[in-house]
Design a protein around this ligand. Structure first.
Ligand SMILES: Nc1ncnc2c1ncn2[C@@H]1O[C@H](COP(=O)(O)OP(=O)(O)OP(=O)(O)O)[C@@H](O)[C@H]1O
Ligand SMILES: [Mg+2]
Length: 306
């Protein structure tokens, strides 16, 4: 029987997993003094205010912060879906004023085309780039093989589990060889076990492709496990409250979560986020006309309860 998982190629399409981790030259994200206001007049919402972040080429950087603080807005500015009201966003010095093939995007909700098979979903961006059919198929099948999905290439998205769909989403975002991968809570809807496997797959892909990743999550453990650096945002309007370097050795395995270094980082991040989550919840309750409603969480922060 033919082994479909390892297509033989005259020249490798993608770098090998053990290729050295010398920093790539491209994929430099810079967001400077970003301010985003939605709406006008009495309905105006200041979503992000004076936020500056940087992702160096090949870096894995997470943003963590309370619900509604402007994380998705910031990411959407880098993706080119939202325009800054003030400040700037660039990738390799070019303003991110529209979406581009240099930036792959993975959303929380599986955003596959339901009427296309898994392989056709992966091929979609390649078709837009004008690649011939045989080359598209070859690239899609190689990538699907790397993600352990080749056996499902002819399935439709609704025939896959949530974890598999999200793996296809990642593969699709990688297909056009972006320098930057933008991920908005991609594993938020997955159970803990699947999430762990997905984190491993993502780390492997990141190392293999030498991408810069900007990753949004609510999950403190996830942010530490995956990242080189973590930015903590304040409650809305989102500003950058802290920048925490994650100097844990790589490759990382799930057991790293039990080390004193990991636990110390977790405690530090939890303290920073709990205060902001309380502020965010307080604001929402007031905005919703529930002034006077007392939220008592005892010694625990809201961040612990969520
Ligand atoms: N298109 C829009 N029009 C108007 N307001 C918006 C729009 N998008 C976001 N907002 C507002 O901007 C603020 C920040 O929203 P955003 O989605 O960036 O938060 P978030 O940090 O991603 O939240 P969550 O963690 O819940 O996903 C919110 O108050 C939201 O209501
Ligand atoms: Mg969001």
């Amino acid at each position: 029987m033919t082994d479909l998982s390892t297509p033989t190629l005259a020249t490798p399409l993608f770098p090998a997993a053990n290729a050295d981790r010398a920093a790539p030259a491209t994929g430099h994200i810079r967001v400077e003094q970003l301010r985003v206001v939605f709406g006008r007049g009495a309905n105006a919402t200041l979503a992000v205010d004076d936020a500056s972040i940087e992702v160096k080429p090949g870096e894995f950087v997470s943003i963590i912060g309370p619900s509604g603080c402007g994380k998705s807005t910031l990411l959407n500015v880098v993706a080119g879906f939202v325009a800054p009201t003030a400040g700037s966003s660039t990738v390799d010095g070019k303003p991110t004023d529209k979406p581009g093939a240099d930036r792959g995007m993975v959303f929380q909700q599986y955003s596959l085309f339901p009427w296309l098979t898994v392989r056709k979903n992966v091929e979609f961006g390649l078709r837009q780039q004008g690649l011939p059919l045989s080359r598209r198929e070859q690239m899609a099948r190689t990538l699907l093989g790397l993600a352990g999905l080749l056996a499902f290439e002819n399935h439709y998205p609704d025939q896959l589990s949530g974890g598999m769909r999200q793996r296809v989403g990642i593969v699709r975002a990688l297909a056009t060889s972006p320098q930057v991968l933008l991920m908005d809570e991609p594993f938020g809807a997955l159970d803990a076990q699947t999430r762990q496997v997905m984190q491993q797959i993502l780390t492997n892909m990141w190392q293999r492709f030498k991408l810069s990743v900007l990753f949004i999550t609510h999950d403190i453990d996830e942010s530490i496990y995956l990242s080189d650096r973590v930015y903590v945002m304040t409650a809305r309007p989102g500003r950058i409250k802290a920048e925490i370097p994650i100097d844990l050795p790589r490759p990382r395995t799930p057991e790293i979560a039990f080390t004193p270094e990991f636990l110390a980082l977790k405690q530090q991040l939890r303290a920073l986020i709990s205060a902001e989550s309380l502020l965010a919840m307080g604001g929402e309750l007031k905005d919703g006309g529930l002034e006077g409603f007392e939220l008592s969480v005892g010694e625990k922060g809201v961040g612990d309860l969520l």
